[in-house]
Design a protein around this ligand. Structure first.
Ligand SMILES: [Zn+2]
Ligand SMILES: [Zn+2]
Length: 488
């Protein structure tokens, strides 16, 4: 199978982090906004993003103030906190600058320039336009907005491991025609910076050898920037990788769940044109093949498990079809989604069989192109639990692993199949219950002081876990062993 070049620029990944408390009144809204109405509450359970899954998770309520130092090396945590706090104003400024600039996938030049300049000023070794020389089957051919900022302590003790951190930067076109930060990647950008600064300082102060590598990763929204970076070898140097992502939900909540793997498929049918009245028997009808395949997949859907998704559209040529000519060329695009790679592979096999069956039935030839899949999140439970422990004991936050996969997808899923890695979801207050990721309401939420403050807290906890990956051989061994098990 091969990959495609131009058709997959739709925002298909439906990145959404509507959290999952049973009681909708637990949800967190921006101060001054109307109280949650009954209608809103019903919507939470009926339709919005994850609501169909009604994720009743093991929410372990935190006890603010209890055992606040029951975390890995509290003295390192204090170093991390002091360092990140000392940059708080600068991080807030970066956050708002990126939010207000809002650049779409592969065009994050302001974010690229601003963040690389900032990291260089903090003593990191910076590579601008990282891996831009590597061509790709994906669009655009060359990616020029990735960057790398690394810092190494060679004067300490320890195993000299490498911690990877990711900063996403891209916005997306909501409402249609306007590009805005409706998924909070401005917050993810500064979270990565904060984690890198905290780990750098902790390595230095506590005399540990090791490296922290912050990657600026373009085009999470529909561009698969991290897959391109993986293919270019950008993640090879890392022993583990960390990032976080904001969403709407209950106050002060952190989650580490999985999501749905997704793969895009394109099928093109070629037949033979003929006059539809004079000699239709001379024609081979590509439209029949499309309809046959569409109907076959619609029937297949009845036999699919509830957590699988198949959805497709027919692409028409810009030229209108002539009603009296047998159509000889037609194309469809499909997305398939599943909670694991084996499920995705099986689903693809069954959908491709529908494509092929239609070709056989109509006499058309079928060209089937399968994009590189976005894998489901294969989170490191060992690392996630360590972050949970810190946010509970240090910041009084609640933390949980949802029982069901979230109905979203991310290119970081592929990173979690490369090494032990975490993608911590956390809640920020939103104007109302409908303002989940990818909504106009969420744009406003991403710029608030509360959202910034939550990002900083989660970043500090992730920095401590990142430091532990570099510092604690047993902990890293556990994370690696668990990762190898999930790979097999
Ligand atoms: Zn998104
Ligand atoms: Zn996102």
């Amino acid at each position: 199978m091969t990959t495609d070049t131009d058709y997959h620029d739709v925002l298909h990944h439906a990145c959404s982090y509507t959290f999952h408390h049973g009681d909708p009144n637990d949800r967190w809204f921006l101060a001054g906004d109307a109280a949650l109405s009954e209608v809103h509450a019903n919507h939470i359970h009926e339709g919005l993003h994850l609501a169909k899954h009604t994720l009743l998770s093991r929410v372990l309520a935190a006890k603010p103030g209890a055992e606040r130092d029951d975390i890995y090396r509290p003295e390192v945590m204090r170093t991390i906190e002091e360092e990140i706090d000392s940059f708080n104003d600068a991080l807030r400024e970066l956050n708002l600058k990126i939010h207000d600039t809002s650049e779409i996938k592969f065009k994050e030049t302001f974010a690229h320039d601003t963040l690389t300049e900032f990291m260089e000023a903090q003593g990191f070794e910076v590579t601008r336009k990282f891996k831009s020389e590597v061509s790709s089957d994906e669009t655009p051919q060359f990616m020029t907005t990735a960057w790398r900022a690394a810092w190494t302590n060679q004067n300490g003790t320890g195993a000299k491991r490498v911690l990877g951190v990711n900063s996403e930067m891209d916005a997306l076109p909501i409402p249609r025609g306007e590009v805005n930060h409706g998924c909070g990647h401005n917050l993810i950008a500064i979270a990565g910076v904060a984690v890198a600064l905290g780990v750098k300082k902790a390595l230095k102060v506590h005399g540990l050898s090791g490296t922290v590598v912050l990657l600026g990763t373009p085009a999470e929204e529909g561009g698969h920037g991290k897959i391109r970076l993986i293919e270019a070898g950008a993640y090879k140097e890392m022993d583990a990788c960390v990032m976080c992502h904001p969403g709407s939900g209950p106050k002060h909540e952190v989650i580490a769940g999985t999501d749905l793997a997704i793969q895009a498929l394109r099928v093109t049918y070629k037949g033979k044109p003929a006059h539809a009245a004079l000699a239709p028997w001379e024609g081979i009808n590509a439209q029949d093949a499309v309809i046959q395949a569409y109907n076959a997949i619609s029937m297949l859907r009845q036999q699919l498990k509830p957590d699988l998704r198949v959805h497709g559209v027919i692409h028409y040529d810009k030229q209108p079809l002539a009603v009296n000519v047998i159509p000889d060329h037609m194309e469809m695009i499909w997305d398939i989604r599943a909670p694991s790679k084996p499920d995705l592979d099986d689903l693809r096999r069954r959908v491709v069989a529908c494509f092929e069956g239609a070709a056989t039935a109509t006499g058309c030839t079928a060209t089937i192109i399968c994009k590189t899949p976005l894998m489901n999140l294969n989170q490191s439970d060992v690392m996630a639990q360590d972050v949970f422990n810190t946010v509970r004991h240090r910041y009084g936050m609640s933390a949980s692993i949802p029982d069901q996969p979230g109905a979203f997808s991310t290119d970081f899923g592929n990173v979690t199949y490369e090494m032990p890695a975490i993608h911590m979801g956390y809640s920020i207050p939103t104007p109302d219950a409908q303002s989940t990721n990818h909504t106009v309401g969420f744009i406003k939420a991403c710029a608030t002081q509360e959202a910034h403050d939550e990002t900083i807290k989660v970043s500090k906890a992730i920095a401590l876990t990142g430091f532990r990956v570099l510092d604690d051989d047993q902990f890293f061994g556990q994370a690696s062993a668990a990762f190898k098990q999930t790979k097999t």
